[in-house]
Design a protein around this ligand. Structure first.
Ligand code: FMN
Length: 433
C-alpha cells in the first residue's frame, strides 16, 4: 500500500473531525440549475416492481418491458428523485437513497449512445426531466449501443466539502454506492441485471478538496436477471412485500442526532434473513475483503456481543460484550442517540491494504462504493422489517475495530448501519409525482 493511500485512509477515518475551516470551499447549490433544453419525463411511473426479495436477488426474473421513456423516468426518479419532505428534520429533503445530512452529492445521467443529441442527459431531481449536458468525458461517446441503456453515476464532493473538507470524498463515494444499489434493485423490478464498469475515479488525486465533478461508474442493464440465492428456497413472507412500498418506507431514523428509538427485539431468524438478503446480490471482488460484522444488542437467541456473518449464513460469536454506556458511546459517539434500544448495529468491513495492492489508485473508490451498496441493501431489508437503518460514521472506529476483533486482521470497519424502530414518525410529506 503506497504512503498516499495510508495517509488518505487515515485522514478519512480516525482524524475525520480535523479540518481547517478557513480552507473549505463555499457551499454550492444543492441541485444544479435547470437548463432551457430539458426534456420533461412522464410522471406516471411503474409501481409494479416485484417483491423486495426479488429486487435483492432471490429468484430469476424474466425481462418483460422495453427501456422506454417511462422506464427511464421510473429508474431515475426512484434512484435520486425527491421522495419526502420532513419539516421537523434539520435535513428535510429525502431521496430514495440516503445521503449524509441530505446534501446529495450524487448525479445521475442517462447515456444515449445512438442519439444525435449530447450523449449525456442529466436527470434533474427537482424538475423530473432529462437535460443534455456537454462534458469532457470522451469515453461516453465510445460506449456500445445497448437495448436497455446505460446510466452514469458521478460525484460532486463539494456539496459535502463545505462542511467536511476532504472527508467529503469518502462520504460522497459511500452515498454513490447507495445510489448504485438502489438502481440495481429497481432494475431487477424490470427483470434486468446490471453490469457495472468502474471509471478511473482517482479520489486521491488532489491533496485539497476536488472541485470538479468526478464520473464514477457506468451501469448497463442486461436482460433476464439471474438468481443470487438458492432458487428452491421459499421467499420469507417479509421479503414478499412489494419493492415499491418498501423503498418508500426506507429511512434512516428521524432527526439528526436526537434519535430515541423504541426498544425492540429481533429474533435470530430475522437478523439471519437480513444478512442473507443484504449480501445476496453482491459480486464484489474478493480482493476487497468485504464482510459483514455486527454488534447484537437485542436479538433473541444471540447473546449481546460482536459477531461475524459467515458465508455459510451463521453468526460466529467473536466476543461477548456488556450492553453498557461505554459500548453505546463507541457505537454512536454523539450524545442523544439511544443505541441501547437498537436490536443490532451492523458494520461493513473491508481490507483496504489488499484492495490497494489489487486496484492501485482506484482501490479506495471501489471499496467505499461496494460498502455503500451493502449498507443500502441493509436499509431495504430493515424497511421490510418495519425498521429504520441509519448509515453512520459516528462511531469510535479504533475501539469498534477492536470489539469486532479486526485488530488481528488487516480489515477495518468502513461504515455502520444502526437498525431501530422509530418512536416518532415526524411529519413526512410525500413528494410524489
Ligand atoms: C454515507 C453516509 C454517512 C452517514 N453518516 C452519518 C453519521 O455519521 N451520523 C448520523 O447520524 N447520520 C449519518 N448518515 C445518515 C444521513 O444523515 C441520513 O441518511 C439522511 O439524513 C437521509 O435520511 P433518510 O435516509 O431517512 O432519507 C449518513 C448517511 C450516509 C449515506
Amino acid at each position: 500500500m503506497s504512503q498516499s493511500h495510508l495517509d488518505f485512509s487515515f485522514r478519512m477515518s480516525y482524524l475525520k473531525d480535523w479540518r481547517d475551516r478557513q480552507h473549505l470551499p463555499p457551499r454550492p447549490p444543492r441541485f444544479s440549475l435547470p437548463s432551457d433544453l430539458e426534456h420533461p419525463l412522464p410522471p406516471d411511473l411503474h409501481t409494479q416492481l416485484g417483491t423486495v426479495g426479488a429486487a435483492l436477488g432471490a429468484g430469476a426474473v424474466p425481462s418483460s418491458r422495453t427501456f422506454g421513456v417511462r422506464e427511464q423516468a421510473t429508474l431515475a426518479h426512484y434512484s435520486i428523485g425527491l421522495m419526502r419532505y420532513e419539516p421537523t428534520d434539520p435535513y428535510p429533503i429525502h431521496r430514495p437513497a440516503p445521503s449524509p445530512r441530505c446534501l446529495h452529492a450524487s448525479e445521475l445521467y442517462l447515456v444515449r449512445t445512438s442519439s444525435d443529441d449530447a450523449p449525456l442527459q442529466r436527470y434533474h431531481p427537482v424538475r423530473h426531466s432529462l437535460e443534455p449536458v456537454h462534458r469532457d468525458w470522451l469515453w461516453a461517446h465510445t460506449l456500445p449501443e445497448t437495448p436497455l441503456g446505460h446510466w452514469l453515476i458521478s460525484l460532486q464532493p463539494d456539496r459535502i466539502a463545505f462542511l467536511y473538507g476532504q472527508y467529503a470524498h469518502r462520504l460522497a463515494l459511500l452515498e454513490a454506492g447507495h445510489v448504485v444499489a438502489q438502481l440495481r434493485a429497481l432494475a431487477r423490478g424490470f427483470g434486468w441485471d446490471t453490469r457495472i464498469r468502474w471509471l478511473e475515479a482517482d479520489t486521491l488525486e488532489a491533496d485539497s478538496v476536488a472541485r470538479q465533478e468526478i464520473p464514477l461508474a457506468v451501469l448497463t442493464h442486461v436482460p433476464d436477471a439471474q438468481s443470487h440465492l438458492e432458487p428452491s428456497e421459499p421467499l420469507p413472507t417479509v421479503m414478499r412485500q412489494a419493492l415499491h412500498a418498501v423503498m418508500l418506507r426506507r429511512n434512516s431514523g428521524h432527526g439528526s442526532n436526537g434519535v430515541n428509538p423504541l426498544p425492540v427485539r429481533l429474533s435470530q431468524a430475522e437478523v439471519a434473513t437480513m444478512a442473507r438478503f443484504a449480501t445476496a446480490d453482491l459480486t464484489p471482488d474478493p480482493e476487497l475483503g468485504l464482510e459483514l460484522r455486527a454488534v447484537m444488542l437485542n436479538v433473541d437467541g444471540l447473546k449481546t456481543g460482536a459477531y461475524k456473518y459467515t458465508p455459510s449464513g451463521a453468526f460466529e460469536l467473536l466476543r461477548p460484550l456488556e450492553n453498557d454506556a461505554a459500548l453505546h458511546q463507541q457505537l454512536f459517539y454523539t450524545p442523544g442517540f439511544k443505541v441501547q434500544h437498537c436490536p443490532v448495529v451492523w458494520f461493513v468491513v473491508a481490507d483496504l491494504p489488499r484492495a490497494s495492492r489489487r486496484h492501485g489508485s482506484q482501490a479506495y473508490a471501489r471499496v467505499q462504493t461496494e460498502v455503500g451498496q451493502l449498507a443500502h441493501r441493509l436499509g431495504l431489508v430493515a424497511a421490510a422489517h418495519g425498521l429504520f437503518a441509519r448509515p453512520s460514521l459516528s462511531y469510535q472506529e479504533a475501539n469498534i475495530d477492536q470489539q469486532l476483533r479486526l485488530h488481528v486482521t488487516r480489515g477495518s470497519s468502513q461504515l455502520s448501519v444502526l437498525m431501530g424502530k422509530d418512536r416518532e414518525l415526524g411529519f413526512p410529506i410525500r413528494l410524489s409525482l
